[in-house]
Design a binder for this molecule. Structure first.
Ligand code: CO8
Length: 256
């Protein structure tokens, strides 16, 4: 297996990065499995006070369409990233997503697992799933409405249109927009500030906020979402949507 996800730890801050530039850091099962192991290492390391998710140039242009295209329902269930993404929500220390370029589909959903998002000017964020005949299957239908409200989440999920950094800031999808070359540095500075605060208090604050906001239905919600999501892999529209992407043409959906 090729190593495409890496972890570095220093000064109380952990950094997980994906390196698959040839596919704009699109995420496949192998990479997400690697991220899963790295999250466990972060969770076990008492020196870590904050985790940053950042990849060069593009955060992640989604789940790997080529790897998903021929999945059936069972294959789609096995491909689903939610068990790993939910680990990030449960991680006791804060998580910051530092977003350059594309954060789409499963990449956007990874960014949504973070507690705080910092975007570069070039960021393009959204849920293009419906252009492929599927819908977000790794927490997007649960976390996006909580973060930006029902109507805006539905707009993004139903249209599939990406939004730029300024719109993302205006709807509270990201906390801050900075120059692209400042994204990681800004996240690092914030992480180090957090690292200097009372660690027990920060952890407890995250836990209490999450329990109030999320816990009642993140696990249940993502289970339902994954179940319905996998069913889409029985449809002709999913096959057509993903085939059209690979053939670089517009899909012809037939509503079946
Ligand atoms: N999967 C696989 N390959 C990809 C992906 C992807 N998501 N995104 C980009 N690539 C590949 C392209 O196929 C291309 O490869 P090649 O050179 O071999 O043709 C290479 O990366 C560069 O991409 P482009 O040439 O397309 O670059 P452009 O700058 O022209 O366009 C875009 C950039 C607009 C980002 C375009 O690449 C694009 O539309 N990508 C797909 C975006 C997308 O639809 N993402 C959502 C995928 S579905 C998803 O994430 C489902 C989440 C559900 C999660 C549930 C658990 C899995």
């Amino acid at each position: 297996m090729m190593t495409q996800a890496s972890l570095t730890i220093g000064e109380g801050v952990a950094l997980i990065s994906v390196e698959r530039p040839e596919a704009l850091n699109a995420l496949n099962r192998d990479i997400v499995d690697q991220i899963d192991v790295l999250i466990d290492r972060v969770a076990e390391d008492e020196s870590v006070r904050c985790l940053i998710l950042h990849s060069d140039r593009n955060f992640a242009a989604g789940a790997d369409i080529k790897a998903m295209a021929s999945c059936d329902e069972e294959g789609a269930k096995a491909f689903c990233f939610s068990p790993t993404y939910n680990k990030l929500t449960r991680l006791s220390v804060p998580v910051i997503a530092a977003i350059e370029g594309y954060a789409l589909g499963g990449g956007m959903e990874l960014a949504l697992t973070a507690d705080i998002r910092i975007a570069g000017e070039s960021a393009k964020m959204g849920f293009p799933e419906v252009t492929l005949g599927i819908f977000p299957g790794a927490g997007g239908t649960i976390r996006a409405p909580k973060l930006i409200g029902e109507a805006l989440a539905k707009e993004l999920i139903f249209t599939g249109d990406p939004i730029d950094a300024d719109r993302a800031l205006s709807i509270g999808l990201v906390n801050k927009v900075v120059d692209d070359d400042q994204v990681l540095e800004t996240a690092m500075k914030m992480a180090k500030r957090i690292a200097r605060r009372g660690p027990v208090a920060v952890r407890m604050a995250k836990d209490v906020i999450n329990r109030g906001l999320l816990d009642n239905n993140v696990e249940k919600g993502t289970e339902l979402e994954a179940e319905q999501w996998a069913k889409l892999f029985n449809t002709e529209d999913q096959k057509e949507g993903m085939k059209a992407f690979m053939e670089k043409r517009k899909p012809e959906f037939r509503n079946r």
